[in-house]
Write a protein that binds this ligand. Structure first.
Ligand code: THG
Length: 280
């Protein structure tokens, strides 16, 4: 199954047989005070620096989240998208809890975007599927619904099935549905990663869809996060993860290594290129 995203000219193919496509997570004001303060002044230079460093480090798609308390993201998200579009040719993953902000941003994008994050709640599906259909966007569906987050992989699969069925009924192509099996902090729950890995395996086997994760969530509250994130990334890719949302400056080496080991990098070209570029 292939999810095809587009920038201005550039086409990015997310294929269930790999190689892995990295969605850069860093344009996100969570714990980035400087991003909040610069965005508040409508100064996009720092955001564009984050975009550039992620692209250099191996990001194929950029997640764009400009949400912080008090923000008018119906105005700010499209402005941020325009600023990125003017300088870079890369598909975007639009991240806002506000469907109006997503729609406003889709109006100014060229190419084909991803909408992050829809979930199995009626309100979320009702608000966003028709917007995705209207603007020809692909979607990320989080495996949670009106009952919250379950710790049972089979139940997360059932939510993924529901999202897929409802999306297809709304006119979205099956290949444009990407599932997020939810990565949660392993410091809070010893089984958190096991549940996620099993959900990835089930969604991959039963639905054959592309799979994303905010994979660095797992290491919140622990030391040596990079090692933990890399170990989890490798296992997740083996189980069927194809397009993680992660920090490329910290994860690309582990992703390239895993792709090479899994026979998805002929002559180790991408692995060596990343090493030569000084990438980690
Ligand atoms: N699923 C989907 N989308 C998501 C998530 C998910 N979007 C948001 C989040 N989770 C993934 N993105 C981020 C963005 C920033 C940070 C973490 C996850 C972050 N990281 C460092 C930290 O935690 O301290 C700070 C910056 C850094 O050092 O790189 O803030 O699960 N679909």
């Amino acid at each position: 199954m292939q999810t095809i995203l587009k920038g201005k000219i550039r086409v990015v193919v997310i294929d269930t047989s790999g190689p892995v496509v990295i969605i850069g997570e860093c344009i996100n004001p969570t714990r980035r005070k400087k991003l909040v303060s610069t965005l508040q002044e409508r100064n996009f230079e720092y955001m564009l620096e984050l975009a550039e460093s992620q692209i250099k480090a191996g990001a194929d798609v950029l997640d764009v989240n400009v949400g912080f308390p008090g923000v008018d993201d119906v105005k700010l998200l499209p402005e941020a998208v325009l600023a990125i579009r003017d300088r870079f040719d890369i598909p975007l993953c639009l991240d806002s809890p506000n469907p109006k902000a997503i729609e406003a941003a889709l109006k100014v994008t060229v190419g084909k975007c991803l909408i992050n994050s829809i979930n199995g709640e009626e309100k979320s599906m009702n608000a966003l599927f028709h917007i995705a259909k209207e603007y020809g966007a692909a979607i990320i569906g989080l495996t949670m619904d009106d009952y919250g987050i379950t710790h049972d992989p089979e139940k997360r699969l059932t939510i993924a099935e529901k999202i897929l069925e409802r999306a297809v009924r709304a006119g979205i192509k099956e290949a444009d549905v990407i599932i997020d099996p939810l990565a949660m902090a392993v410091s809070a729950d010893t089984r958190a990663c096991i549940v996620t890995l099993e959900t990835i395996r089930l969604v991959h086997q039963k639905l054959g869809l592309n799979i994303t994760l905010g994979s660095s969530n797992i290491s919140f509250g622990l030391p040596n996060r990079e090692v933990l994130n890399a170990a989890f990334m490798t296992l997740s890719i083996l189980n069927g993860l194809t397009c993680p949302i992660a920090n490329p400056e910290k994860i690309t080496a582990a992703v390239r290594a895993t792709d090479l080991i899994l026979g998805r990098d002929d002559y180790a070209v991408r692995f060596v290129e990343n090493f030569q570029a000084g990438g980690s």
